[in-house]
Design a protein around this ligand. Structure first.
Ligand code: MG
Length: 222
């Protein structure tokens, strides 16, 4: 019996990944890090600080300092705000509405600390995400692909892994959901091939929220 649906945010609730990857790329290149916007689809899911550290190690062979991580992450968030306003993922409102109709509690589990999106959740999806049922970059120590964020989501919802489903778009997010022992649905809303999500352990892959919506009732019988 499925009691909770754990939703990732970027690339699932919001169609934010094109702007996120651009904001990351624009910011990191300012610091002399060589990267492409597409690279960030593979890093997606990690906390910002972890992403910065990985890129620093690749480019400069050292960890970023705490000050650098904070400064760069703040700049990334500011750059994201300058870009065209991010819209909700087409079909996500219908999915959330169906989830509620089926008596399932929606829970947010994101590695993001982008206040501009977190603050919009209530306005864009009134009554869907309770504050006490959100896991963000500010709650976790390790972050995806570790199971920590999804385990925390289960705990906040007061359900077992077998009573939940995860909805993810990113390989590292899928890994995190599976490592937490949860049935993990990938909705491939970005440029990566499905194969990458399946290799990360996704139990099934859809391509739009509307495709998922059609199958949702059947999926929760699993
Ligand atoms: Mg995502």
């Amino acid at each position: 019996m499925i009691k909770a649906a754990l939703f990732d945010m970027d690339g699932v609730i919001y169609d934010s990944m094109p702007n996120q990857s651009k904001a990351w790329h624009d910011t990191m290149t300012l610091y002399g890090v060589e990267c492409q916007p597409e690279d960030f689809y593979m890093y997606e899911g990690r906390t910002g600080f972890k992403t910065i550290n990985i890129l620093f190690n690749q480019s400069f062979g050292r960890d970023a300092t705490e000050e650098e991580k904070k400064e760069i992450y703040d700049k990334k968030c500011a750059r994201f705000l300058e870009l065209e306003k991010t819209k909700p993922m087409p079909g996500i409102l219908e999915v959330l509405t169906k989830v509620k109709e089926l008596g399932i509690t929606p829970v947010l589990v994101t590695g993001s600390g982008q206040f501009s999106l977190l603050d919009r959740l209530n306005a864009d999806f009134p009554g869907f995400f309770k504050k006490e049922l959100m896991v963000t970059a500010y709650d976790v120590k390790i972050g995806k692909p570790h199971p920590e964020p999804y385990l925390m989501g289960l705990k906040k919802a007061g359900v077992e892994a077998s009573e939940a489903i995860v909805i993810e778009n990113a390989p590292l997010g899928v890994e995190s959901g599976k490592a937490a022992g949860i049935y993990t649905i990938a909705v491939n809303t970005g440029p990566l091939p499905d194969k990458v999500l399946l290799e990360s352990g996704a139990d099934c892959v859809y391509h739009t929220m509307f495709e998922l919506l059609e199958d949702l009732e059947r999926l929760i019988q699993i």
